[in-house]
Design a protein. Sequence first.
Length: 353
Amino acid sequence: MILAIDTSFDDTAVSVTNGITILSNALSTDLSVHQEWGGVVPNLARLHHTANIDAVIDRALRLAHISWTDLEAIAVTKGPGLAIALEVGIARAKELSLEHQIPLIAVNHMEGHLLSFLARPKKKSGGKALEWNMQEIFPAMGVLISGGHTQFVYTKEIGSYAIVGETQDDAIGECFDKVGRMLGLGYPAGKLIEKMAEKGTPGKYLFPVPMRQVKTADTSYSGLKTAAMRMIDGIKDELWGKLSAQDIADVSLAFQDAAIKHLIEKLTFAMQPKPVQSIIVGGGVAANTVVRARLRHLAKEKGIPVYFPYSKKLCTDNAAMIGIAASLHTDQGKVWSDDQLLDRLPNWTIDQY
Ligand code: KG4
Ligand code: ZN
């Protein structure tokens, strides 16, 4: 039974997990602040974490119906993320570990996303627990698509990761957010672009798919951002400065289409050198219905399964994934940090274990 804390970015997230079962998943986001500034302001994120962390911890314990004496460990995100935000969760985790005499486990946020597909909801009484057969899943190709990352991670088994392709500039989620901002859609914009794109006219606009001539698994999203800016400026010039709702829908559809085509093409490259038994997907952009459909299509072509987290809430940042990653590591007898020396590692990559 683990209490997990993640303050890597803007969400203050606390969860209680038991193995891969989620007993509670509490979250506090200060969206009003981010919407006003059009993105995350590190200082404001830190203030939000400091002001809310204790209340979110209490909520997570209450929702799980457990007390401190039931807990066996505290898992906390050590990185990657914003240094001054990570510090808040780590400092509190250390205090609680001392106070309640339970060990700490440091977790990599991206490993949390990668393994979040394994999560299971609390089973109803009498329900059957689902068992995963790890031998059938790994080696797997991990697809990490979030606001900070676009990475293809060859996952030999839990704890053994090799990054075989990643973004050279913007992350895919970041690009959704920036294009959404240009379209006046608010923050975070991924979900809003997806909604607008549903009403878009297919073929009205076309974005170039990036890096087609480069035969590697690396992605690049900054070109799409520039293309979007040019396209929007062009429409505005014609329309005396104002985009209609239909224009926004048409640009959203064209942008989303190119962004996902690029992802799928590069993932296809990433999967060429070594065979895998499955595709495993995590990160906020995995909540996108079109992303899911295209990944399912690719997996079907390859004749392998693709796994997503069971709910969209588990795609975006949460602490349940941190508890689950911690639990899987302790199952393997690997615990990296159980002492008061634990410190944040803002640029910690998943392959640096
Ligand atoms: O994993 P996450 O919550 O935070 C990071 O660790 O970065 O991912 C947030 C990102 C944001 O960029 C957000 O716009 C994007 O995920 N996102 C989406 C969707 N839902 C969230 N992007 C596309 N379509 C969505 N439905
Ligand atoms: Zn994340």
